[in-house]
Ligand binder design. Structure first.
Ligand SMILES: *Cc1c(COP(=O)(O)O)cnc(C)c1O
Length: 367
């Protein structure tokens, strides 16, 4: 038997979450953001769930080519654009839309011979101060792009530094002021702006983390009540049970001390599987369908849980580390991180299974 840990990917949840995005921003097209191998879920695994969408956005050229080779016919956006003059050829061959965030990228495009003009998203630095043209330089960059023969349609784009709180109006204002006289589609919203800032929806939204059912703020309570479903379940089993007497400890560092007699379950999951080592005692976990908590320090291959509320759970009892019942954010937040990081950091050694959506089974049965 393999070690009893696995991750399950639920394409249906992503399909459901994308439909929720479309209802939330009903007048916008959506770039499904699948960077970082679909936030750790695997592009090929989740592709059927976004295959009816409007566009796919990512940032690795290799990933873009993989998406094209899956047969995706619609736009693919490179969120960081090209990294080198030679990338223009790849963008041309695979009909990629490229973000342009600096003069060098305009130089590379202007110098290239292409089979057809390349569509771009011209990125404004509206306050994040990572990539993009400053508002005062933006119109000039737009003029240069519009006079470049190898450039086709020019979309106008920016990215928020603070979309997870209410303080984004200043960035929207900066964007609007600098683009007032320019034609082209607008794209501003990441997941947080999709959920909380309708003013920023515009022509194209760019949801990432909410497609996978995780909170843009890293706090589960901020998306409680929204119909977002987890796209990844990390599950394992109890492989050992200990009964501690009051005063005994469990795990490295003896950090957890039992204050009474208690049953402890040992779970086949550790930080080498992608579970955060910083998860403190009290982090929620589901054992045998019952919510309980982690106790003691997470080790490389194991972690320990309090079996007090799950009296019937013994060896082999199923454990959900995160997924449909325990939001990944509930594990991330006490560990000092965000769900994005945990999903992306799922370790290679964890076997991954994909739920077959019922609709696909029905189609298979029909032919
Ligand atoms: C990652 C990314 C997104 C998606 O962000 P989420 O917070 O996951 O929705 C949108 N736009 C750009 C430019 C990005 O890099």
């Amino acid at each position: 038997m393999p070690r009893p840990i696995s991750a399950r990917i639920h394409p249906d949840a992503i399909r459901h979450n994308l439909a929720f995005v479309k209802r939330t921003a009903p007048h916008s097209s959506a770039w499904s953001v699948v960077k970082a191998n679909a936030y750790g879920h695997g592009i090929e695994r989740i592709y059927p769930a976004v295959a009816d969408g409007d566009g796919i956005a990512l940032l690795d050229l290799d990933e873009a080519v993989r998406v094209r080779e899956l047969g995706w016919p619609r736009p693919i956006l490179l969120l960081e654009g090209i990294f080198d003059a030679r990338d223009v050829e790849t963008a041309d061959r695979h009909r990629l839309t490229v973000t342009v965030h600096g003069d060098e990228q305009l130089d590379w495009l202007a110098a290239a011979r292409v089979s057809q003009p390349i569509d771009i998203q011209l990125k404004m630095n509206s306050g994040m101060n990572r990539l993009g043209f400053r508002p005062g330089d933006y119109e000039c960059a737009w003029r240069r792009a519009s006079e470049t023969a190898s450039i086709g349609a020019i979309g106008l784009m920016t990215h928020f530094a603070n979309a997870d709180d209410s303080a984004i109006d200043w960035q929207i204002d900066a964007f609007d002021a600098a683009t007032k006289h320019l034609p082209g589609t607008r794209s501003l919203s990441n997941s947080a702006a999709v959920l909380w800032h309708p003013r920023a929806h515009r022509d194209w939204v760019r949801p990432g983390t909410i497609l996978y059912g995780a909170s843009p703020t890293g706090r589960a309570r901020d998306i409680a009540g929204l119909p977002l479903r987890a796209a990844m379940t990390l599950e394992s089993r109890i492989i050992g049970v200990q009964t501690l007497a009051a005063g005994e400890t469990v795990g490295y560092g003896c950090s957890f001390v039992a204050d009474r007699t208690m049953r402890i379950g040992v779970v086949a999951c550790g930080y080498a599987d992608g579970y955060p080592r910083h998860a403190p005692a009290g982090t929620p976990v589901l054992v045998d369908g019952v919510r309980t908590r982690i106790v003691g320090r997470v080790s490389m291959d194991m972690l320990t849980v309090d079996l007090t509320p799950c009296a019937a759970a013994g060896i082999g009892a199923p454990v959900e580390l995160w997924g449909e019942r325990i939001r990944v954010d509930e594990v991330a937040e006490p560990s000092g991180t965000i769900g994005y990081e945990l999903m992306c950091a799922l370790a290679r050694r964890v076997p991954v299974r994909v739920d077959v959506p019922p609709v696909v089974q029905a189609e298979t049965a029909a032919c």
